[in-house]
Ligand binder design. Sequence first.
Ligand code: E4P
Length: 225
Amino acid sequence: MRLFLDTASVDEIRAAAKLGVISGVTTNPSLWAKAGGGNYRDVVMEIAAIVDGPISAEATSREVDGLVEEARRIASWHPNVVVKIPIDEVGLEATSRLAKEGVKVNMTLIFSANQALLAAHVGATYVSPFVGRLDDVGQDGMIVVAEAVEIFDRYHLPAQVIAASLRHPRHVTQAAQAGAHIATVPYAILMAMLRHPLTDTGIERFLADAAKAEGQRLLEPRHDP
Ligand code: E4P
């Protein structure tokens, strides 16, 4: 399972990219606003200069022709840009047209396996089930990830499942166990995946013992020939 970073913050992307574990980025209008807004194209171009992998940028038009036009424009920003399109009648029709032109689409706001199946049928490259938002309303969001993966495998559908709306490190483990192709994680979750208090105390103890051992070596009597 690959890891994408779920943010529009260039600082977070730069920090995560240095670790070498991020192979793509997902943004949406909320993340763009949270990161301070500005020109969306400029933000995406800055991200594309940092991460050499798929960068999702969301389209917001609400009618098919306008959405297709907007998606073509977003896709022309950079070869790595993937256009995020919410699933509904407008999104499906636009995606089926865009897929025929070779525009890569990340179909977003997926809340059921049937929505994922429809997205795969119209040629979306990625589908993004929103795990946390389903958990928030008392459903098990990870079931949608597992069902979509199973269906795509069984029918050899090439769409890749991005486990999205992840809220804690266990979600990432569960997404991997469910067979998600990708998990997109906020920076805070990436850091929470990395850290463990026993690792910290283990490092401290090794450093203290190394200093102690070094002191012992210096105190050893010299055996001159
Ligand atoms: C990523 O593709 C999604 O837009 C994002 O994970 C949504 O997360 P949220 O439910 O925390 O807003």
